[in-house]
Design a protein. Structure first.
Length: 632
């Protein structure tokens, strides 16, 4: 964890420092980590850790997105895997001078790419969604397929080395498809069972859901392997995809738990497996080893992409990026360690050299492609703009007022709504609008939520507000979500919003319909007030700390906070600081009372600010002939 924390700070792929730490702590140098002392337990530990890692990778695969690039992904998993295996085997044979069996094993080992490396890189690089979807799906699914194919290849080589019947190797080869099929069926059924158990509140007690799921995943992996050896990897990958695409009551908690557990397991495995590689074995590979890695990166991978993406809608720039980014990860290291032990136990040579070359492939591809992935994406024009503005659910008067204030500060704002009148009004004011049902996936995708810095839900329906915020946080990884709550309602509480990861808009629950009417009738102009005395703002006569945004309902409504160049909606999470400027909607009929209340609690009016009403809407119920134009 120290290595991974340091890697985050210096913006390096974590695997680079993990490999270095494994080498430094291993038998060749410090001698602190001795993987051989674990004996057979090492492979059990590796198997369980890989099961959790691939299950977590499956959790993050969105089937709706996969369908858009299904043709390319299918080819990468079949034709592309074959091209990589053959190309890797030929490179090892011609450049390293290895025997055909050892070269064949190397080719199958480097089929995999790996979500443990690809996913963190993509999160940092932020490339176009098409490219991201293809790489993520390939990384998760190819691990399962490649690992099973590699184990089958080892069985073929070992059976050929023994004086057994000629038909045995072909029998081993024929087990590839049954293992994948068996793993797929087991994963489908197991994933459905886990998801259904998590959806029924009475079955799994609250607080035990994460550990319960982890235990079921490990049991599923072990039972599948027991029924048909080496099928467990495919089983847990498919199970993760099923659970990830079925809504459960602990979806977000499960994702966070598995993500953090995966980080720890990846670190542990890379330290252990890197410590098991002898430095002299890597050094003895010499320039032929370097040449083999370069051929894989510059010849085999581009050929793989050219054949797998022909006839697709991917541009040549996107194909070039796919050709460049294919770092290997933990599954390749784990299976290489298994191969080294298997070949040594069978009395065959080449096991340690094979493991050393695989680790060289991992180290070089991760270091080179991890460091250059961002510049290459930028050079090809494939980086997408992220954290750009806010998406506001609700083109009503409150949403419109918030949108104007945020836009005036230079922030990009997009609205989502299914009301044509409200949509037309904000569109006439120059805002981009996505017209449609926000409960539908395509509406949220059109709004490009995963590129937004925040989402704001301000409809009168607080259940819809909460649902929108949850989907934005969990599915689209929006950093911030603000939810408006109706005062006096018993449906959604502030605690529920906070547990979902959101914040309460306007500081406290409000009478949303009342303030919408006031804004529509232009009886609530916007005024700017600076917090000049924080102590007075939070002090109360009862000795408790008060919320400085908890203004009287009938006086004024805090809309946005300006802190230097930063502007954000007034909410419960961002604590006010002295000097902050807050824009309030002030009710005309209680204006003097509101101003007195603010002045008494440490607020000072910003001199020279122009008072104005925030919106100019058509009469309620007006018919709109022109249908709103959706955003791109």
């Amino acid at each position: 964890m120290v290595a991974q924390s340091l890697a985050r700070h210096i913006r390096l792929p974590g695997i680079v420092l993990l490999l270095a730490a494994g080498a430094l702590l291993g038998p060749d140098l410090a001698g602190v980590v001795q993987p051989d002392s674990l004996g057979d337990a090492l492979q059990i530990l590796v198997g369980f850790a890989v099961a959790v890692i691939l299950f977590e990778g499956g959790l993050n695969l969105n089937l709706k997105r996969l369908r858009r690039q299904a043709k390319v992904i299918r080819r990468l998993l079949t034709l592309g895997a074959s091209v990589t295996a053959v190309g890797g085997a030929l490179a090892a044979r011609w450049l390293m001078g290895w025997s055909w069996p050892t070269s064949f094993l190397f080719g199958t080992l480097i089929i995999v790419t790996g979500p443990t490396v690809i996913t963190p890189l993509l999160r940092r690089i932020k490339v176009r969604h098409k490219v991201e979807t293809v790489l993520e799906a390939e990384g998760v699914l190819i691990d399962a397929i490649g690992a099973v194919a590699a184990v089958v290849a080892l069985e073929i080589v070992l059976s050929l080395a023994n004086a057994q019947a000629a038909g045995v190797p072909w029998q081993a080869a024929l087990l590839l498809l049954p293992r994948l099929s068996f793993g797929f069926v087991c994963g489908l059924l197991g994933g459905l069972a886990i998801a259904l158990l998590l959806r029924i509140k009475e079955v799994v007690p609250s607080g035990l859901e994460n550990v319960f799921t982890l235990s079921l995943v490990l049991a599923l992996f072990q039972l599948s392997d027991y029924a048909l050896p080496q099928s467990g990897i495919m089983t847990v990958t498919i199970a993760g995809m099923v659970v990830g695409n079925m809504r459960t009551r602990v979806q977000r908690d499960l994702l966070e738990f598995k993500e953090q557990l995966t980080v720890m397991l990846i670190g542990m495995l890379f330290i252990l497996l890197a410590a098991g590689v002898r430095l002299r074995d890597v050094q003895e590979l010499g320039w032929p080893g370097v040449a083999t890695v370069l051929v894989l990166m510059l010849v085999v991978r581009p050929l793989n992409i050219i054949l797998s993406t022909r006839g697709s809608d991917l541009t040549w720039r996107e194909k070039m990026f796919l050709s460049w980014l294919a770092p290997r990860g933990i599954v390749a290291a784990a299976v290489a360690s298994l191969f080294a032990q298997g070949l040594t136990s069978a009395g065959m040579e080449g096991g340690r050299e094979l493991q050393a070359l695989v680790f060289m492939v991992i180290a070089v591809t991760v270091l080179v492609q991890g460091l250059t992935g961002g510049p290459v994406a930028r050079l090809l024009g494939l980086k997408r703009t992220v954290n750009r503005g806010s998406a506001i659910l609700g083109a009503n008067e409150l949403g419109h007022a918030l949108g104007r204030l945020l836009r005036d500060s230079g922030e990009e704002v997009i609205f989502l709504d299914s009301n044509p009148t409200a949509c037309h009004a904000v569109e006439q004011d120059g805002f981009r609008v996505v017209f449609g049902n926000v409960l539908e996936e395509r509406t949220l995708l059109r709004a490009q939520l995963d590129d937004r810095a925040s989402c704001i839900a301000v409809t009168p329906n607080e259940e819809a507000n909460l649902l929108f915020a949850r989907r934005a946080l969990e599915e689209f990884k929006v950093p911030r979500a603000h939810v408006a709550l109706a005062r006096g309602s018993t449906g959604v509480s502030e605690t529920i919003v906070q547990r979902a990861g959101g914040t309460v808009l306007f500081g406290v629950p409000r009478d949303l319909e009342l303030w919408a009417i006031r804004l529509r009738r232009k009886t609530a102009p916007i005024e700017a007030w600076r917090l000049v005395n924080l102590e007075r703002a939070v002090a109360g006569g009862d000795g408790r700390t008060h919320n400085p945004l908890g203004t009287p309902e009938n006086h004024c409504l805090p809309l946005v906070v300006r802190r230097g160049a930063k502007v954000f909606p007034a909410n419960t999470e961002d604590r006010l600081q002295q000097g902050d400027v807050v824009h309030f909607a002030v009710f005309n009929e209680r204006r003097e009372e509101a101003r007195a209340w603010l002045a008494e609690r440490g607020w000072g009016e910003v001199a020279g600010t122009e008072e104005r009403t925030a919106i100019d809407l058509p009469p309620a119920g007006a018919l709109i002939d022109a249908e709103p134009v959706p955003a791109d």
